[in-house]
Design a protein around this ligand. Sequence first.
Ligand code: PCA
Length: 324
Amino acid sequence: MKINTKYLAALLLSAVIGNAQAETNWDMPTPYGDSNFHTVNIREFAEDVKEATDGELNITVHSNGSLIKHPEIKNSVRRGLVPIGELIMSRLANEDPLFEADSVPYLASNYDEAWELWQASRDMLAERLERQRLKILFAVPWPPQGIYTEFPVETGDELQGVKMRAYNKSSERLAELFDAVPTQVEVPDIPVAFSTGRVDAMITSPSTGANTRAWDYLSHFNHAQLWLPKNMVVVNAKTFDALPESTRKAIESAAADAEKRGWEASKAETDAKIKIMEENGIVVSEPSDALVERLKEVGETMEKEWLERAGEDGKALLEAYSER
Ligand code: PCA
């Protein structure tokens, strides 16, 4: 496991000192960089908790996978190595396909739909996490996902054989269905993956494109608006339950505010980051009719495959979503 052991020893020590002062110090690993809007929102959440508890609960955010790498964050919270952490929900697709419902192409590809899907799925997902003694505090979507390349994409045929950076099962599958070659790369590793030629295209949001300076490696962004994957903040349930009631309430209330603030920030992020990309020379375009058609076909295939994997629960979720 990639954990900085020296750091953990220091943490244990500070936890002991913290207890002596009737203060609790929590370390919170997050996967994305400091300038990312999710990280900014989480830091504000930590401030709110500190203020509402009169400094009794101090959350220190360790961004960019600096304390614990993204693939290990969930299990680290589950085992109580850290009390709280952030991760992208669809990373848990291998445990249960319901966690990747938000990454099925065109199932929920704007903010209103994404919100309804989140409302329809929230209890089902919370229940699954509860079985692992994890409590979900809030979830915030990324802006809609699009395709970054070094050439214009007119029909989708251009993607054949291209080494495409992916970050979850859906982005991988989408690349495969375009006969591209997917490779999983975490956001902090994107610049190196491009500069060393490991990848030459990617699927992500305007947000991550701008944060990773896509213009250094790429020239085109197709605003295909495939899906809006969500990040979630989870807390170890045992640690949470052991807190005084007033502290638990303070966390829950700060989490509700963070969720609201995060959704608004995400919406604002889409246009703001597209503008930054254009200013830096990226050609931004909407998908052509031919590409829309191809993407729809691929989306249908992927929805079918997802439903096969998700079975009765998946059907129940789609029903709850369509009734909203
Ligand atoms: N950024 C993250 C997840 C989705 C997004 O927009 C990434 O590219 O890994």
